[in-house]
Design a protein around this ligand. Structure first.
Ligand SMILES: [Zn+2]
Length: 142
C-alpha cells in the first residue's frame, strides 16, 4: 500500500496525533530513501529498499514501540505501536505477489502472501473509495 493511503487511514482512525503519524510513515521511510538515492531508477533492487522491506518486520518497530512504552510509561508510544501495527496489517493484506519481509530476522523473504495486490488499479481505486466512504460516514454519523 502506498504511504498516502496509510496516512489517510491513520488520520481517520487516530486523528492528527503526531505519534500515530510517525508510526504509520516510519515503516516506508527506507523506500523513500532508496527512491531518492537512485532517482527512481531500479530502486526496488537496491539494498536500501531491501532494508525497507525488513523494517516492516513484526519484530522491529512494534517491539521498539512497546519497549519505549515500558521504559517511559508514555501512552504516546502505545499509539505509535498501534499505528505501526495498522501499517503492517494493511501491508500484509495488500501485498500478494511481492512485499515486505514481515518475519525478518527469522525468515528473510516475503512471507506471508496478502489477499489482494496493491499494484492492480482496481484494488487501489476500491481502497480509496472505501476510505472516502469511511471518511464521509465518520464525518456525518460519528
Ligand atoms: Zn509499508
Amino acid at each position: 500500500m502506498d504511504s498516502a493511503a496509510h496516512l489517510i487511514l491513520t488520520i481517520l482512525i487516530f486523528g492528527w496525533d503526531p505519534y500515530a503519524i510517525m508510526g504509520c510513515l516510519l515503516p516506508d521511510t527506507l523506500y523513500w530513501v532508496a527512491f531518492i538515492r537512485t532517482k527512481g531508477k531500479g530502486y526496488r533492487g537496491s539494498s536500501i529498499f531491501s532494508w525497507g522491506e525488513r523494517l516492516h518486520s513484526l519484530f522491529i518497530l512494534p517491539l521498539l514501540g512497546l519497549l519505549l512504552y515500558l521504559i517511559s510509561y508514555n501512552s504516546s508510544f502505545l499509539i505509535f505501536t498501534e499505528a505501526v501495527f495498522l501499517h503492517l496489517i494493511t501491508d500484509l493484506i495488500t501485498h500478494r505477489t511481492e512485499g515486505p519481509r514481515f518475519f525478518w530476522p527469522i525468515l528473510d523473504e516475503y512471507y506471508p502472501r496478502g489477499l489482494v495486490d496493491w499494484c492492480k488499479p482496481a484494488v487501489i481505486i476500491s481502497y480509496y473509495l472505501l476510505l472516502l466512504t469511511l471518511a464521509v460516514f465518520m464525518r456525518f454519523f460519528i
